[in-house]
Write a new protein. Sequence first.
Length: 136
Amino acid sequence: MKFFLVPLFLASVAMAADMGMNIAGGAYNFGYNTGDAGGHSRVESGSGSSVAGSYSYVDANGDRRTVQYTAGPGGYQASGDVGVDRRTAAAAAALAAMAPKAPIPAPAAAPAAPWYNPVPVAPAIMAHPGGYIAKW
């Protein structure tokens, strides 16, 4: 296991071209820059319950995107390139226009009333037209 972890650790250190870290009295500062084709970099500093920093990268279109942020009691606040870039949004809109649309369903008709066909049944007791007469 350690033969796997040691090379992995050394590779991760080699990928971070320049990395500095300073921690003193609860405050810290750090940053890195990969220097590769992805162009990832990050700088952050913090003390107590507040943090401020920025990160950047090269997106799929080849544009460098940079975001500055702060985080503290008021929450996470980001500024800079935080949204979708215009080229990606335009390409997505063009693809959405070509996408097949779902068919509009026909309005459903009201269900038909149930049909009942009574079966004629002769009564079990036949009544006398003059009524029941009892002779004692």
